[in-house]
Unconditional design. Structure first.
Length: 261
């Protein structure tokens, strides 16, 4: 399965890279003015689904752009064909393809492919995490003040009751620095390979993080919600992924009450 996922992600990634600046239709998802989708997203998803169905016709599909189908097996492929659409539409080369394979509620394989860097992150349950075939691990940083963190903002940030901007501000003085790249899948992959020490984000969808969760775990990290609960993390909204050593310190910050904007 991992080889099918990797081949599909690589093919879709090549398509995305060749399509930068060439999309013709830009849509906004209903009720979310800043949540963009192009025909490139949809074509990339169709390409991935076709590659999966050629090998596993009975597997279920859950795709961001509506490519959902039931299957007769216990396997489900969770797909984001273009994670970082806003970056893509502006020609900013920070976007990815991400594919996770779920079996009876657990992610057992996943890939995140960055076509601009030609970096393929991959993991299988119990077999470790890899970047272009080389094993990767989370960092050994054990102090929050020495940690480089990353986060993202939801598209409905104006209506977001969790005040994500204020939590961003809470982390700034207690960490080394905070970044915001615009692709949750890349954020998680970067935690797995040690480029970031920790990541938090509100209101993620399963296709944003399914593969990335497995990458972090297989690289030796920890993934929970903001209450330190690792159960149902795929379908839960709030996500905290760290090297494990700064997990408690980040949870302490996320437990703080913030004043509404």
């Amino acid at each position: 399965m991992i080889s099918v996922a990797m081949n599909a992600a690589r093919e879709a990634g090549a398509f995305l890279k060749s399509s930068v600046g060439k999309f013709r239709h830009l849509e906004r998802k209903i009720g979310q003015e800043t949540n963009l989708v192009t025909e490139i997203d949809k074509q990339s998803e169709a390409l991935i689904i076709r590659a999966i169905k050629e090998v596993y016709p009975d597997h279920a599909i859950l795709g961001e752009e509506g490519g959902a189908s039931e299957g007769s097996s216990d396997y489900r492929w969770i797909i984001d064909p273009l994670d970082g659409t806003t970056n893509f539409t502006h020609g900013l080369p920070i976007f990815s393809v991400t594919i996770g394979v779920e079996y009876k509620g657990e992610i057992i394989a996943g890939v995140v492919y960055d076509p601009n860097m030609d970096e393929m992150f991959s993991a299988e349950k119990g077999k470790g995490a890899f970047l272009n075939g080389e094993r990767i691990q989370v960092t050994k940083t054990d102090r929050l003040i020495e940690s480089l963190l990353v986060t993202g903002f939801p598209y409905n940030v104006k209506e977001n009751p969790s005040n994500v901007i204020q939590y961003f501000g809470e982390f700034l003085p207690v960490s080394q620095a905070v970044r915001r790249l615009g692709s949750a899948a890349i954020d998680l992959a970067y935690v797995a390979c040690g480029r970031f020490d920790g990541y938090w984000e509100f209101f993620l969808h399963p296709w944003d993080k399914a593969a990335g969760i497995l990458l972090v775990k297989e690289a030796g990290g920890v993934v929970t919600d903001f209450k330190n609960d690792p159960s149902n993390i795929i379908y839960g909204q709030n996500t905290l992924a760290t090297n494990g050593l700064i997990h408690s310190a980040m949870l302490d910050v996320l437990k703080k009450e913030v004043t509404p904007l």
